[in-house]
Design a protein around this ligand. Structure first.
Ligand code: NAP
Length: 252
């Protein structure tokens, strides 16, 4: 039995994930956090309000589905406590990931961080990496609902990082040399320009646009309103993370 600590157990993802962990024959949910539900029951557990309290209960894997403001501290606390970590929350930068990797290496634990655990998002990353080998210029559009507090999304950040492993995108005019408003060209993340749209009516989508002389290609991932697509990938990462040392970004 793998013992699991879940931070953010009452959230849109955390709630169905807590149920899925509890129903899995090889996993046991031993601690769960939510600030506003501290003291409330969750199955046979009592939810606690802080990561420190949750880490007092021994576990093998710490899973974070909280928020962009809480995730880095939580992950570093969990690594320091010797736990393997699965990162679902968005908001971490490439620099944050470098720090997390160093901490995980030092403690000889594994971290799997995935911007989007849905299989269609994993396919987007793979297909885009293939396209980038043949189409040397691209930009990324990141769509989400207007209540999403962070930008760019974890999906878009991970895609930019993944493409940076292939090559830097080619541009004729450097963003800094743009006449008018260089910020109209989006934010540069791992060498790619990302344009984040936050509007009611959207759920989550990421599109990567490739261009070369006289031809275009766009690859688009689109998430629906349900949390289910993220659960299976997260369970897979929970089961695999103890075989990892340091940071692994992405599901492959
Ligand atoms: N990787 C993926 O596939 C994937 C998929 C969907 C979402 N996400 C990301 O996962 C994160 C959670 O998403 P969600 O939609 O489930 O959010 P949500 O519905 O707002 O739930 C967040 C959960 O974390 C807790 N929480 C929020 N802020 C916290 C803080 N500062 N410290 C400690 N606990 C906190 C909340 O409870 P309290 O407020 O009571 O503390 C709640 O249990 C976001 O960053 C989102 O972008 C990733």
């Amino acid at each position: 039995m793998l013992k699991v600590t879940l931070a953010g157990a009452t959230g849109w993802i955390g709630k169905p994930l807590a149920a899925a962990i509890s129903h899995a024959e090889d996993l046991e949910l031993v601690a769960a956090t939510s600030r506003s539900s501290a003291g409330a029951p969750l199955g046979e557990l009592t939810i606690v309000g802080t990561t420190e309290e949750a880490l007092e209960t021994p576990s093998d894997v710490f899973v974070d589905y909280t928020s962009a403001t809480a995730v880095k501290r939580n992950v570093l606390l969990a690594i320091d406590a010797g736990r393997h970590v699965v990162v679902g929350s968005s908001g971490l930068s490439d620099l944050d990931y470098q720090e997390i990797d160093a901490a995980a290496q030092a403690k000889s634990v594994g971290v799997i961080a995935v911007g989007n655990f849905a299989i269609s998002a994993a396919l987007l990353q793979q297909f885009a990496a293939i396209a980038a080998q043949h189409m040397p210029s691209w930009e990324i559009i990141d769509y989400a609902h207007d209540a999403k507090p962070d930008a760019p999304s974890g999906t878009a950040r991970e895609l930019a990082w993944r493409l940076s492993q292939v090559a830097p995108p080619q541009t004729k005019i450097a963003v800094a040399d743009t006449q008018g408003r260089p910020d109209a060209r989006g934010a540069e993340v791992a060498g790619s320009q990302i344009h984040s749209v936050r509007l009611p009516g959207h759920v989550i989508a990421v599109e990567v646009l490739f261009g070369r002389e006289d031809e275009r290609l766009s690859i688009r991932y689109e998430g629906g309103p349900g949390a289910e697509p993220y659960i299976a990938g997260t369970l897979l990462a929970i089961r695999k993370v103890s075989a990892v040392r340091g940071l692994q970004r992405g599901l492959e």
